[in-house]
Design a binder for this molecule. Structure first.
Ligand code: PHE
Length: 445
């Protein structure tokens, strides 16, 4: 039908590639600092509840929509409801992909730069590093080009092959860092912060942050999973694949917390210092390790790769739209969209100290252009997208038809479909709506 689309070589390949999309800076950089900002353990519990009750059923909804239609987010919705405003929801997803890519690649560029920084300039403060355009502009550009090159390789040979080799190595290295962090004197305080909940710190804002973080971390709400699901064969078991992705992703986020918090407290640092957290704390742990320099280099190499498998999925969503709907060639789509993300990302890049106006601007408690973008696209837009898409799958397409597709490649009983349907039709939209309304209530005060 469409020769340019491609398909995963195996279900395992899909799970690893989708886990590769999900696992990235969201887990290793964003989860710890958002947890730190929001008071620790209580936030983690709310986060886990969001994953289980909202994100997992919703993830299956994106997956089933993608595989059924074999299309990008816009085409997938249009295949079911053409000539309605619904495909615009897919359009919002594609747009969100470009915007998230634009600032995500900035942080990914930092991770990439730290490979060399740990060797060449270990003493340079993170703030100075992030504020030097001569350093961060080339890193950002390199990262976008790397993403472009992988996506040009296409589905099976580009994305799948890399994900398969590299994700297991990352996991191994995280364990090494965790063991070191947890055995530092004073680490116990960090474990307490991370594991002993204090629910008095929970506000509406904290819940929104938890939900937004869960969507972001699982790559939900903008069609990445629709797109990856669209390359799945009919024989794949969606229940198992979807649940495995959620388990991998959540597991890695939780591990990242164990990597960071014991060390933060052992070193007497502030867990609520925000986005620089990972970049401030990890290099310090490495100095307390035998062969710390080697571990540091290896760690940032793998972090960059984890980020790359995520930027690849962000770009892939947008590219699949142009390939399917606009009949562009893959390489043209990839270069054009990569170029746009680079230009759109420049203000985010310069907002980390290089330019005062961009660095000091603030919206609803989010300071700097980059974090305003992250709030608008990486949090709000994903929640809105997921709200609309769960309504679309649950009510417009309908659980009966979606359920038939769900069960191709699996033998789950009707009870499972009913349970899943209840979550997609009621629980997801209602809870997301409450959280969103609450957000405006919180800021309206
Ligand atoms: N889930 C990715 C991460 O945690 C980021 C991402 C968000 C990727 C949305 C694709 C879509 O790093």
């Amino acid at each position: 039908m469409q020769q340019d689309r491609g398909q995963w070589g195996s279900t395992v390949g899909f799970v690893l590639a989708a886990a590769g999309s999900a696992i990235g800076l969201g887990n290793i950089w964003r989860f710890p600092y958002v947890t730190g900002n929001n008071g620790g353990a209580a936030f983690v519990i709310i986060y886990l509840a969001c994953v289980l009750v909202i994100c997992l059923p919703y993830l299956l909804a994106e997956l089933v929509l993608g595989r059924h239609t074999q299309r990008n987010p816009v085409g997938a919705i249009a295949a079911i409801k053409r000539h309605t405003p619904w495909p615009l929801v897919g359009g919002l997803g594609v747009l969100t992909g470009v915007f998230i890519l634009s600032y995500y690649a900035v942080i990914a560029g930092w991770a990439f730069g730290y490979i060399f920084k740990t060797v060449v300039a270990p003493g340079m403060p993170h703030a100075e590093f992030a504020a030097s355009p001569a350093i961060v502009v080339p890193l950002f550009a390199i990262f976008i080009v790397l993403t472009v090159l992988v996506v040009i390789g296409g589905v099976e040979h580009g994305i799948e092959r890399w994900a398969k080799i590299l994700m297991p190595i990352l996991l191994l290295l995280m364990f090494v860092v965790i063991i070191r962090g947890c055995t530092l004197p004073g680490a116990g305080k960090g474990l307490e912060f991370y594991l002993m909940p204090d629910f008095s710190v929970v506000t509406g804002r904290v819940v929104l942050e938890a939900l937004g973080q869960a969507f972001f971390s699982l790559s939900l709400g903008m069609g990445a999973i629709i797109t990856y699901g669209s390359y799945l064969p009919k024989t794949a078991n969606l229940w198992v694949s979807g649940t495995s992705v959620a388990i991998f992703d959540t597991g890695i986020a939780l591990l990242a917390g164990f990597m960071i918090f014991p060390a933060v407290f052992a070193m007497g640092k502030d867990p609520a210092q925000g986005p620089p957290l990972l970049f401030e704390v990890l290099p310090e742990i490495f100095t307390h390790m035998p062969f710390g320099g080697v571990v540091a280099v290896l760690f940032f190499v793998l972090l960059s790769i984890a980020a790359l498998t995520s930027t690849v999925s962000l770009l892939e969503v947008v590219v699949s739209f142009f390939v399917d709907e606009r009949r562009w060639t893959r390489s043209r789509a990839v270069w054009v969209v990569g170029g746009i993300a680079f230009v759109v990302g420049l203000p985010s890049l310069l907002s980390q100290g290089a330019n005062t106006t961009l660095s000091e601007m603030s919206l609803l408690g989010n300071t700097s252009f980059l974090f305003i973008m992250d709030f608008l696209w990486g949090n709000l837009s994903l929640a809105v997208g997921a709200l609309l898409l769960s309504i679309f799958v649950g009510w417009v397409w309908g659980i009966t038809r979606a359920g038939e597709e769900m069960n191709q490649g699996s033998q789950a009983g009707p009870g499972w479909i009913r349970l899943w349907g209840f979550f997609v039709r009621w629980v997801c939209p209602v809870l997301i709506l409450i959280v969103l309304i609450n957000l405006f209530g919180v800021f309206g005060e």
